[in-house]
Design a protein around this ligand. Sequence first.
Ligand code: GLU
Length: 412
Amino acid sequence: MENTSAFQNALNQLASVKDKIGLEEDVYERLQSPDRVIEVSIPVRMDNGGIKVFTGYRSQFNDARGPYKGGIRFHPNVSRDEVKALSMWMTWKTAVIDIPLGGGKGGVIVNPKELSAGELERLSRGYMRAIARFIGERIDIPAPDVYTDPRIMAWMLDEYEQIAGHKAPGVITGKPLSIGGSKARGYSTAQGGFYVLVELMKKLGLGKDSRISIQGFGNAGSNMAEILSDHGYKVVAVSDTGGGTGNPSGLNIREVEEHKKKTGSVVNFANGGNLTGDILETETDVLVLAALENAVTEKNAGKVSAKVILELANGPVSPEADKILDKNGAVVVPDILANAGGVGVSYLEQVQNSYMYYWSEEDVLEKLKEMMIRAFNDIWREKEKHKATLRQGAYILAVGRVAQAMRDRGLN
Ligand code: GLU
């Protein structure tokens, strides 16, 4: 799995719509590489007194439609290839939901679970010191991603403002509410995915009795499970890096969350049975992928029974797997739509920051819902028009919008 290049996957996805939208060679050429990738070394004073140097990246892919935008990931598997792919996907994501932002992504090669709170704070501040000169409220706006959270965003914002010498809340999103965060941002990725899934299930005639399984129980996966079960949907299996738990009549998600908080994993949950195999292969109607890239590849795509697959993670289905799933009649809701609720509310957070006026949770959710359903309908229209998959529909829409902005600016 490690050998599959996420960036190569992203390039293949772009290539698959090039002819469908009649993309000119010069625009296509430009869209195959990021504007720049910044690589930084971050020296951190560890608790034992020594210095450890971490490697970090920020890939600024395309800003034709607005400032670069995208999260920062703290994970041992972060690489130049991965941040490039993720920044390309961000470019399409902001275009799909039609917000005036481009695409970027950052990451640090680290397992944050091995750091003390003090070390994590020094790493977060060190990363910001290293990239501060390359970002800004109108340049590039980071946010949380895998294994980063509002607390880390707060340290980074504080560091940035100390360097800048003035307040700049809009330079980073996913902040705590106390310093300019938005209501609903914490669960917005899942909420956006939920709005889209409900629309799709309506179109396909799938009811609340459908079995839903979720791979990944971090921010996106656990919030999705919670939202689904709060709305009366049946989540029959969930998993994390430790394994999975299932219950054919539906899991009590609050109890699973309690269990995970206590034990660190969903495994051995009292009111569920441990999954004996991979969650991807369990009998289910809907499969939500909320972990990492390349979860479904050509190796296991044939074993997926779900007829609807929602990509809440970025890049969880490889292009080869996509073809197999399509052939088997499964509908894949692509990441650039399914998880766009996160950046959607990040945008609303920025708007509130520049207004210096803050909306209620209901107001934010209403705007998010409108944004997600409009994008879903736009994509559905493209898919029908081109007799394509939902992913191709999303790419046709997104690449078309980015290309138009590039043409309007002139290509140099
Ligand atoms: N990390 C999230 C994503 O992959 C959110 C990015 C953002 O809010 O800028 O979409």
